[in-house]
Design a protein around this ligand. Structure first.
Ligand code: ATP
Ligand code: MN
Length: 462
């Protein structure tokens, strides 16, 4: 008999029909009258299927080994359930024990485990309610990302994972090499990357933006959705060494249109997840963060505040709040400042724009004031910065001037400057960190719990 996923059984299984389900046991209770209740979960949905199995059912002889974590296959007839909270239950006709899970050593017992502990058993944590729900939300959100851009005729572009142009911070790069570093360390003091696989220093990408600009200025609106790597040694709840980034890039867009797209994008993904994962979202709101649904509703129903950086500095200086880091025009805002603006001052998402050029990368478009660039950061409650973007500098002379100002050699970016030499156009784009979006949607405190296998300083197990 074909197996049926439990989600389908719970949603549309008709009493009287016979089905086969397979999955992992959450709990088992034995009654004194000689039958047992099993709650089975197969990951297809939040809830489990209640199974009633009588002592004379074939396979019941193994019931003592049907413990939490064991895998079983059960065929039976669906019955209307007398219990509340579930429409149907399964009256078993046959049970097969597929794999046991020794209760003395299986780490996931019924009690609640800390997220820190679960990170150490990341191979088993998808079997918990929380991590099953996160995986389903990530899935729904990924699909919604593609859907949003595909509906708008954006091209999905795959940009390289290995690059030789270090977009922003050289300090954050993971070097990619085939050189024998141990041998080199013994015989010479410097590494000659000309001898390396690519003939020069190569690294894992920190952003696909520069390559996305190539396609945007050839083919029109496009986007990337891929892994990104930053060797930043910051042990925060919002940074990973490997994360997924979505980077749309649009020719003929000025900064305002870029902001509007960013807003619509975040709203679309949130709405899609709320619609497709209602049980998972209910769980996050009850057990992880009691304000998460309200926060998301606030985001989907209200326009984001748009505020120049200069005005934000003014607000922060006059608000009377004590910050760990002082605020001064010309310095980068810290997470505490960003969160104050979005959580306490405006109580909704804020798009800060027109930042001092000294704290932003070379490719952002310079304003006439000579001091600021057309940058935008989208700040959301609990997470802080979720998007960083800008209108790009399309004027060749200004771009080359900015590169030199940033200590970069324009010749190293010859293909990037060519885009300004031949048919240059105004264009804009942004980057959204996918795990920060998952943090926002689920209410999870730590970004390490928003990706299946987190990579952070001193940890890349699994
Ligand atoms: P932050 O100031 O928070 O470190 P950033 O300004 O360095 O971020 P950008 O270069 O603007 O980040 O990258 C675009 C987006 O990618 C950010 O808005 C954020 O959502 C996400 N992001 C950046 N760094 C990380 C990281 N280490 N882990 C997870 N997401 C990240
Ligand atoms: Mn940023």
């Amino acid at each position: 008999m074909d197996r049926t996923r439990i989600k389908k059984v719970l949603a549309e299984g008709e009493p009287g029909t016979v089905v086969n389900v397979r999955g992992w046991v959450r709990t088992r209770r034995d009654s004194k009258q000689g039958f047992s209740f099993i709650e089975l979960n197969d990951g297809s949905c939040f809830g489990g299927l209640q199974i009633v199995i009588d002592a004379e059912v074939p396979g019941y002889g193994d019931i003592k080994d049907v413990t939490t974590g064991a895998s079983i296959s059960v065929t039976g007839e669906l019955k209307e359930s007398p219990g509340k909270g579930q429409r149907v239950e399964l009256q078993a006709q046959e049970m097969k024990l597929l794999g046991t899970a020794d209760p003395d050593t299986y780490p996931l017992q019924k009690k609640r485990h800390s997220f820190e502990f679960l990170r150490e058993i990341a191979h088993l944590r998808p079997r918990t309610n929380t991590f099953g729900a996160i995986a389903r939300v990530r899935n729904a959100a990924s699909a919604a990302v593609h859907e949003f851009f595909q509906q708008r005729e954006f091209l999905y572009i795959q940009t390289p994972v290995i690059t030789t142009s270090d977009c922003e911070g050289a300090g954050q790069l993971f070097t990619v090499t085939t050189l024998n570093l141990e041998r080199i360390a013994q015989i010479q003091t410097e590494i000659d990357y000309a001898q390396d696989f690519f003939g020069k220093h190569a690294a894992l990408t920190v952003s696909g933006q520069l390559e996305a600009e190539i396609f945007a200025t050839s083919l029109g609106d496009c986007y990337t959705f891929g892994p990104t790597f930053r060797a930043e040694n910051s042990n925060t709840t919002r940074h990973l060494a490997e994360f997924w980034m979505i980077e749309p890039e649009m020719p003929f867009y000025e900064l305002e249109e870029n902001m509007t797209l960013a807003e619509e994008f975040i709203r679309h993904v949130i709405r899609a997840v709320l619609e497709r994962c209602p049980d998972d979202m209910e769980f996050f709101n009850e057990r992880i963060d009691k304000t998460v649904l309200e926060t998301l509703r606030n985001i989907t129903e209200n326009e984001f505040v748009r505020l120049p950086y200069t005005e934000a500095v003014d607000i922060l200086q006059k608000c009377g709040q004590e910050f760990e880091y002082p605020v001064e025009w010309g310095t980068d805002l810290q997470s505490e400042h960003e969160r104050f603006l979005t959580e306490q001052h405006f109580k909704q998402p804020v798009i800060l724009h027109d930042y001092p050029r000294t704290i932003k990368p070379f490719y952002m478009r310079c304003n006439e004031d000579g001091k600021t660039v057309r940058a935008m950061d989208v700040l959301v409650p609990r997470v802080g910065e979720i998007i960083g973007g800008s209108q790009r500098e399309e004027r060749l002379d200004v771009l080359e001037g900015r590169m030199k100002e940033c200590g970069l050699e324009p010749a190293d970016y010859w293909w990037y400057t060519d885009l300004r030499r031949f048919g240059t156009v105004p264009h804009s784009g942004f980057g959204l960190g996918f795990e920060r979006l998952i943090q926002l949607i689920t209410g999870m405190q730590n970004i390490r719990d928003c990706i299946p296998f987190p990579r952070v300083p001193k940890s890349a197990e699994f």
